[in-house]
Ligand binder design. Structure first.
Ligand SMILES: *[C@@H]1O[C@H](CO)[C@@H](O)[C@H](O)[C@H]1NC(C)=O
Ligand SMILES: *[C@@H]1O[C@H](CO)[C@@H](O)[C@H](O)[C@H]1NC(C)=O
Ligand SMILES: CC(=O)N[C@H]1CO[C@H](CO)[C@@H](O)[C@@H]1O
Length: 363
């Protein structure tokens, strides 16, 4: 049997053992790791939407942050919107077009917008939600000057039963906007509305209407619905993963000569090696490192030991058979950000604590 090699990653939710080489129950290990990442199973994206450019930019900016910047407000603060948050999700719209059975001929389209919030954990606090409505078509203009499109957005507050007309359930006006050109994209602040959607029964989505009220005929509409796309960008905060002002020690200086001594070693974890490349968008892997080395007697200051570890080395030096040396373990870890698709094909940018070993010590 080969040599077993374990990497210990302690995440905010607990301590996990990831099996790198060897024959343990990989499936169970993977489940534990996924759970600590907030997922109940390994996502397998079916029709994932492309990552919005804004989210890419946010990821790249976070990847470039220095360790010191990450430790400050760093990864639990969204500088782009100046709000707290460690998880950024983009929910694709899952609503259906509605049947227009009323004689409002100027109405071009009526659509339900629905964003499935089941991916949000109980402990998460929504700090921002922004709806974006885009039109792919960039040529189309309202047929005649003086006939602008009118976009109206409602919050649905009672279930619309199949076949009911749009007025058979209650809805609350959220926003109105008129526009001439279809190539514009519109952004609406839905923070307050989305906060209520964490209770699934209260999330009945939105109703979007677009029409040309000034015109009596419908031909001005063209096929506006075929190039409509909506998504909701939601920022949330899990306070347990954002303990502020965590005490961290200065970087561990490792003398080059003492190669046998406990210190961080390079370990690059590639997500494709663990079969996660189809749902983790970026990074493809990262430098996780691990701790390895001896904790010999006498323990020097650089090894940053506990009093207990110092006493243990003393006892070990007297009785090497009966008492082992202290262990070389991570004493300082730093976070990374991961961009991935979750089980609902949402794009998620999330901050994870304690993913990289920066410093080792004898414990
Ligand atoms: C939301 O997503 C969850 C998990 O994928 C699913 O079980 C649930 O049925 C969805 N809800 C709606 C209303 O589509
Ligand atoms: C969005 O709305 C929330 C709550 O109404 C408000 O606190 C916040 O400042 C708004 N954000 C922007 C960018 O306008
Ligand atoms: C080398 C090293 O990291 N030393 C640290 C050990 O711990 C003390 C007290 O926590 C720090 O002041 C040292 O910098």
């Amino acid at each position: 049997m080969g040599h077993l090699h374990y990497l210990q990653i302690s995440l905010a939710t607990g301590v996990l053992w990831v099996l790198l080489v060897g024959g343990m129950d990989l499936h169970r290990q993977e489940k534990m790791l996924l759970k600590s990442l907030g997922l109940n199973m390994r996502p397998s994206p079916r029709s994932p939407a492309p990552v919005p450019p804004l989210v890419w930019k946010m990821f790249q900016k976070r990847a470039r942050l220095s360790p010191a910047a990450k430790e400050g407000k760093g990864l639990c603060w969204v500088e782009e919107f100046k709000i707290p948050g460690n998880i950024i999700r983009v929910f694709p719209d899952q609503g259906q077009f509605m049947h227009r059975d009323e004689p409002r001929s100027w109405l071009c389209l009526q659509k339900r917008l629905y964003f499935n919030f089941s991916a949000l954990d109980e402990g998460e606090q929504v700090t921002m939600a922004q709806l974006e409505i885009r039109f792919h078509h960039n040529q189309y203009h309202a047929a005649k000057p003086g006939y602008p499109f009118e976009l109206t957005l409602y919050k649905a507050s009672q279930m619309a039963l199949w076949g009911m007309s749009s007025h058979a359930y209650s809805r609350k006006l959220l926003a109105e906007q008129s526009f001439i050109h279809l190539y514009k994209s519109f952004v609406f602040n839905l923070t307050e509305v989305a906060k209520g959607w964490q209770v699934p029964t209260r999330n009945l989505g939105l109703v979007l209407e677009i029409g040309v009220p000034a015109s009596p005929e419908q031909q001005l509409c063209s096929s506006i619905d075929s190039f409509l796309e909506a998504s909701l960008l939601v920022v949330s905060l899990t306070p347990k993963d954002c303990r502020s002002a965590r005490k961290r020690r200065s970087t561990y200086y490792v003398p080059a000569a003492a190669s046998n001594i406990c210190k961080p070693r390079r370990l690059y974890i590639s997500f494709s090696d663990i079969g996660w490349e189809n749902w983790i968008i970026a990074p493809q892997g990262y430098l996780a490192n691990y701790c390895l080395g001896e904790c010999p007697f006498p323990l020097t200051e650089e090894l940053n030991s506990t009093n207990h570890a110092i006493l243990q080395t003393v006892v070990h030096s007297l009785d090497p058979e009966g008492t082992p040396q202290p262990c070389c373990v991570p004493v300082r870890l730093s976070p990374i950000s991961i961009l991935y698709y979750d089980n609902n094909d949402n794009v998620v940018l999330r901050h994870y604590e304690d993913m990289v070993v920066d410093e080792c010590g004898c414990r």
